[in-house]
Every structure is written in C-alpha cells, then in structure tokens.
Design a protein around this ligand. Structure first.
Ligand SMILES: Nc1ncnc2c1ncn2[C@@H]1O[C@H](COP(=O)(O)OP(=O)(O)OP(=O)(O)O)[C@@H](O)[C@H]1O
Length: 206
C-alpha cells in the first residue's frame, strides 16, 4: 500500500512553513527531502508521521505504518542496548532484536547501559530501533547525524535491505547516502511571511 501526501500545508510555532506539498511512495521506494536549514523538512516529516496536525491537505496510507526517527534518539538511559531494543520490540509487538543489533554493529555493546554510549553509538541504537518496529514506512530526520563513515554505510545498507523487503523510506538529509532515491526539494513550497504575520504567532516554542 502506497503512502500518499496530497497538497499538504504544514505549520510550526503557529506559522505556516510549507504549502502544497505532494509526494507518494510505493513499496520498495525511497524519497530524499532536501532544502536549506529552516525550510521546513522536520515540520513536514512530523506532520506526515502524525505528530502534529496539518493545516491543509491529506496523508493516506500512514496510519500505524510509520516508524519515525527524529533528532532525539528516544533511548532509555538506564536500560542496556539490548534491553532498549527488547522494550521497543514489545511496544511494537515484535520479538527479535538480534538482526537489529547486527545491522548496526551493536553486539559488542549489547550489555552497555544506553546512557553510557557515545553520540554516534546512541544514534546507531536509535536507528536499530527502526528494525524492531516491523513498520513498513521509515520517516527519518537527519538520520546520519553523529555517525562516522562506517556507520553511514551500515545505515544505508539497512535502508536498502528495508526497501528490498518492500519497505519505504522518506529521509531528510543533507548528505548523499548513495541510495537509489527520488529527491524532493521543499524550497519551492516555502511560505514567505510578511513582518505582520511573523509577529502574530503566540504559540509556545515547543
Ligand atoms: N518549536 C518551534 N516553534 C516555532 N518555530 C519553529 C519551531 N521549530 C522550528 N521552527 C521554525 O520552523 C521553521 C521550519 O523548521 P524545520 O525544523 O521544519 O526546518 P528544517 O528544514 O528541518 O531545518 P534543518 O535543515 O535546519 O533541520 C524554521 O523557520 C524554524 O525556525
């Protein structure tokens, strides 16, 4: 089943950021989002993932099918690496964490408390979580932050394997992951606000 986004308009802090964004993903496909800092990629991904409401437009094919990985890794600091994955596997109703440990070279760290990991190791664990969700659509916001070159390769391999298994991936990234993926530049969809509208937002900065 495809993911379809139609004429989506999204807002952050009460102000419109992007409008008229349409995209679709079929099983086995990846789409890379591009755009300068602050252009609205995170806001778009969060809206597609259902973490915030859209101003206008539709998202279909997303319900209970998206695994979202944002800037925060969402780890339990006082659980070990394997306990973190087991926890998330239970949340998503899956069981096996070994493949996820292996895909991100986490076996040597399996018994380490997540809170003691380096930034790149935490990121690898956060990405390994995707594999235990069992969900077909990966929505990923700057997934390679803190990763070294070897870990970027592991990540790209994991995405390729996911796609080969009929999964889908929507990825905001500033780097070339070497994936066969279509590219959507959000720049033409940016909303240009005048000074009056910029001063009109009273929404809390969350
Ligand atoms: N919590 C917030 N409240 C108000 N405005 C916000 C909030 N978070 C982001 N913004 C603003 O919303 C706009 C879009 O931000 P967003 O994070 O979606 O951009 P981005 O394309 O993901 O940027 P980057 O490439 O730097 O990660 C920016 O102008 C940003 O300053």
């Amino acid at each position: 089943m495809e993911l379809n986004v139609t004429e989506l308009s999204v807002a952050r802090g009460g102000l419109p950021v992007l409008e008229g964004v349409s995209l679709s993903l079929a099983p086995g496909q990846a789409l890379v989002l591009r755009g300068p800092n602050g252009s609205g990629k995170t806001t778009l991904l969060r809206t597609i993932a259902g973490l915030q409401p859209a101003l206008a437009g539709n998202v279909t094919g997303a319900e209970d099918r998206i695994a979202y990985a944002g800037h925060a890794d969402g780890l339990k600091a006082m659980l070990s690496v394997s306990e973190n994955l087991t926890f998330w596997a239970a949340v998503f109703g899956t069981r096996h964490v070994d493949a996820a440990l292996a895909a991100f070279a986490l076996e040597p760290l399996a018994d380490r408390l997540a809170g003691t990991l380096s930034a790149g190791q935490k990121r690898r664990l956060g990405l390994a979580r995707l594999l235990v969700t069992g969900r077909p659509i990966w929505v990923l916001d700057e997934p390679t932050v803190s990763l070294d070159a070897d870990a970027v390769t592991l990540f790209a391999d994991a995405v390729r394997a996911h796609l080969a298994g009929g999964g889908m991936a929507l990825i905001a990234t500033h780097i070339d992951l070497g994936l066969e993926a279509a590219v959507l530049d959000v720049t033409p969809h940016r909303v240009v606000l005048d000074a009056a509208r910029l001063g009109a937002s009273d929404e809390a900065f969350l």
